[in-house]
Design a protein around this ligand. Structure first.
Ligand code: 26Q
Length: 822
């Protein structure tokens, strides 16, 4: 009977129209005269969601029947961006929906713009998680993401009149969120504080038990993740915190309203906001609480599912793989051990065997300030039983090491999970290494540095095989198919099919056309149109006119000293200086340039915020210098986010990825730009290196100190000081002359070049950078050569599909097989 009543597909456009009208009437309760764009977006999304939920349900049913091994991707961040356009493409129904929406008096383009970004992430790490769930769903792997449902995503960035960054809250749920489903029935207790007691169990054995303290509920919200060209549908389950007892009636009745209300507030606050630091630890108690809340709820949910399968505990790791996205979910290791030992009654060793076979850890950074450490007193206070467990994990591990390398006290200190500082600290990355069966870096160079610089002593203990590389990838669906329809269409036309969308290696066939004049023209016409689209955005939203005939030079990413936006803007000032000194005939030979910046600085990161200010101060002077005209324009695009990246990425001629060698673990926007036929100006760092190897070194502009030379240069600077490059000195002099406004405000920034050394090697790399920029200018003037390089870029990007990356995780770490939907 259920089967015969199954909801029908929306086969025709009239069905779609009916479904949209149904949702305006019954979901939104709107009269037809009262349907604006926002309501229409919402009704359309609900209609599309129905289609997704049908796939979601059949996928769950299939998994229930086959009960395969599943993988859970634990990530504090999922930087999803918008969902509607992506869902329409995945369901191959965009055309039909666009027609239906039109028939009802709206334009699909307008509706797509109504959607707020789901910005539950800071940058690369969160966007990577989003790409991986896209690929998992597309490849039909049984993977779920687990995270937190932040009420406020990453803050909205405003550039104020003085050119500084201001932050405002991102209340992304203000108009509701049609893409999530609240599951009131899926709800777990999460405990904090309290104490550890010894208790007798039913068998009369004594057991340690975590008692007292504070409790909250975790309530599940699901977000369906459509796969492309499949009926498979993935899922992200996000937890929201809720008060355990709506009121503390005892306190309330005693007249202690403050306490009653405060407990409630505390619970509501826990998942209220995402910490806006990227690549920087905050050390705040609330952050640790968020981390534990999330992993505790997720593990309870995963264990409940495992128990339904009625399998013995020793088969847990045959059923479950848990991937730790950086150190943020590392408490899961102690929590699973606690649940198995204290709650399920397993022996320590059997439990630990399960834990280490289940977890794997991805490291995303070697920057010491980004590696989480928690003070022992804080952890003892918040999670007393976990602290004991971590001590025990450490003790048993060190005993093993001592047995293997008797008397090697240095080694014991080097690998101890507890750092003997005042107060003691828990090194979360070490706990991750000890508690996982595989540790991976995110690009070839980075994975080498992880072994060499981060965990050298652990190689001795575990051998090198535990440490592997899986180079990051991006989803070609969002980052080419959806963001660049014009390029998509000529690729499909040229290759004769859409196979490349799920088999990105097919792009290699474009190489055959790299010298084809007609194809080059088509290709560069598309680039031009994408530059026009961005120019239009800049003009409409910022009132700055830029010419699409200029070279578009783009650097968009979080603002961080190691990413060296400072180097970029210093280079711009150098260019401006040169332009000012040229006569008309010299100027006529200059390649006109638009230098575009975008990215958020962590609200507490003073130097990064000063870089934004400097960029805007320079922009103001340069853009208003009429003698310069179109030869140089500087634009800082405010509030860089996923939906803006979809407009910006297809429009680059050059994009900059210029981190000090050895600091950028991988980078993923580098991949997005090259996939869209943009060339890279970059350092020999992160995935730039592998991109070079894939597309050919003649198609990338590389410069700068190599990673293995960096430590010696820093060392020497410390002892002998920094002698600034002459061109750099002239640039600094110009800033200090007041050419860009009150110079004194920039002193703290300029000081980073000299006092205590130039840590990020800006001076060291300045000359190489300027020379490469000149090479870029010269090459850009040769339109044929540029077109060829641009085509070769896209053609060489097959490897960087997140489909390839997810397959590697499935094969090398998770031991996971796809579950075909048909
Ligand atoms: C830690 C503790 C407390 C508060 C915040 C944090 C925190 C939050 C976010 C620490 C780090 C992050 C994000 C890191 C990140 O995005 N790393 C980037 O990951 C990408 C995907 O692997 C890489 O491509 C980038 O190179 C890397 O910087």
């Amino acid at each position: 009977r259920w089967k015969s009543l199954a909801p029908h597909d929306l086969a025709s456009t009239t069905d779609i129209e009916k479904s949209i009208v149904y949702h305006t009437t019954y979901t939104l309760c709107r009269h037809r005269y009262n349907v604006d764009k926002t309501a229409m977006y919402s009704a359309t999304s609900h209609s599309v969601r129905d289609l997704l939920l049908k796939e979601w349900n059949t996928t769950q049913e299939r998994l229930h029947v086959t009960n395969p091994k599943r993988c859970y991707y634990l990530s504090m961040e999922f930087l999803l961006g918008r969902a509607l356009d992506n869902a329409l493409y995945c369901l191959s129904t965009k055309k039909e929906y666009a027609e239906s929406v039109k028939a009802l008096g709206f334009s699909m383009e307008d509706l797509l713009e109504e959607e707020r970004d789901a910005a539950l992430g800071n940058g690369g790490l969160g966007r990577l998680a989003a790409c991986y769930v896209d690929s998992s769903a597309t490849l039909e792997y049984p993977v779920w993401g687990y995270g937190l449902r932040f009420k406020y995503g990453i803050f909205k960035q405003i550039i104020n009149n003085e050119g500084y960054q201001d932050e405002t809250p991102d209340y992304w749920l203000s108009h509701g969120n049609p893409w999530e489903l609240r599951r009131d029935d899926i709800k777990y207790d999460v405990q904090f504080y309290g104490y550890v007691a010894t208790k007798m169990n039913d068998a009369g054995e004594s057991r340690l038990s975590w008692e007292g303290g504070e409790k909250m509920y975790a309530v599940a919200y699901d977000m369906p993740i459509p796969g492309y060209d499949t009926k498979n549908c993935g899922n992200i389950r996000l937890w929201e915190s809720q008060p355990h007892n709506l009121f503390d009636f005892g306190a309330f009745n005693n007249g202690d309203y403050d306490k009653a209300v405060n407990d409630q507030k505390r619970a509501n606050n826990l998942t209220a906001v995402l910490y806006p630091n990227d690549n920087h630890d905050s050390g705040k108690e609330l952050r640790l609480k968020q981390e534990y809340f999330w992993v505790s709820a997720s593990l309870q949910d995963i264990i409940r599912r495992f128990k339904r399968s009625k399998r013995p505990w020793k088969e847990f790791s045959d059923q479950v793989a848990l991937q730790l996205n950086d150190t943020h979910p590392i408490m899961a290791i102690a929590e699973l051990q606690r649940l198995l030992v204290d709650v399920e009654g397993l022996a320590w060793d059997s439990a630990w065997d399960i834990v280490t076979k289940t977890f794997a850890f991805t490291n995303h950074t070697v920057l010491p300030e980004a590696l989480e450490r928690w003070s022992v007193p804080l952890m003892e206070h918040l999670l007393p039983r976990h602290m004991q467990i971590i001590y025990d994990i450490n003790l048993f591990f060190l005993q093993k090491v001592e047995k293997q390398f008797p008397g090697d006290r240095d080694l014991l200190n080097q690998v101890s999970i507890i750092e003997e500082s005042q107060p003691q600290q828990v090194r979360m990355a070490y706990l991750a290494v000890v508690g996982s069966h595989k540790v991976n870096g995110v690009a070839a160079l980075h994975s080498e540095l992880v072994k060499k610089d981060l965990f050298p002593a652990f190689i001795k203990c575990f051998g090198p095989e535990k440490f592997i590389n899986i180079t990051n990838g991006i989803t070609p669906r969002r980052w080419l198919y959806q963001a660049n329809p014009a390029l998509r269409d000529i690729i499909t036309e040229t290759l004769g099919s859409e196979k490349w969308v799920t088999h990105l290696d097919e792009l290699a066939q474009l190489k055959k056309f790299a010298d084809d004049k007609a194809f080059q023209k088509k290709w560069m016409d598309v680039k031009y149109r994408n530059k026009q689209r961005l120019a239009k955005w800049i003009s409409t939203n910022m009132g700055i006119d830029v010419s699409p005939d200029s070279l578009f030079d783009i650097q968009v990413k979080r603002i961080h000293e190691y990413k060296r936006q400072f180097l970029n803007i210093l280079g711009v000032i150098h260019r401006y200086r040169e332009l000012c000194e040229m006569n008309d005939s010299e100027r006529s030979k200059v390649t006109p340039r638009v230098v575009i910046f975008g990215g958020k600085a962590a609200p507490g990161y003073f130097v990064a915020k000063l870089v934004i200010k400097l960029i805007n101060s320079v922009a103001k002077v340069v853009n208003n210098d009429e003698s310069i005209g179109d030869l140089l324009k500087v634009v800082f695009i405010p509030d860089y986010k996923v939906s803006l990246a979809e407009i910006i990425t297809p429009a680059s001629d050059i994009s900059q990825h210029i981190s000090t060698a050895g600091t950028e673990a991988s980078g993923t926007s580098n991949m997005k730009f090259v996939l869209n036929g943009g060339l890279i100006l970059g350092t020999v760092d992160g995935a730039n290196i592998e991109i070079r190897d894939e597309i050919g070194e003649e198609n990338i502009f590389m410069f700068g100190t190599l990673a293995d030379k960096v430590p010696d240069i820093r060392h020497n600077q410390k002892f002998y000081g920094v002698l600034l490059d002459a061109n750099l000195q002239a640039v600094i002099d110009l800033i200090e002359s007041g050419a860009f406004g009150d110079a004194s405000i920039f002193n703290p920034l300029i000081d980073t070049l000299t006092y205590g050394g130039d840590y990020y090697l800006i001076s060291e790399d300045f000359d190489g950078y300027l020379k490469k920029q000149t090479e870029v200018d010269d090459t850009f003037r040769d339109k044929t050569l540029w077109a060829k390089k641009s085509i070769m870029c896209t053609a060489g990007m097959g490897f960087f599909s997140s489909d390839r990356a997810v397959r590697e995780y499935a094969d090398k770490i998770w031991n996971l097989k796809p579950i075909p939907s048909e």
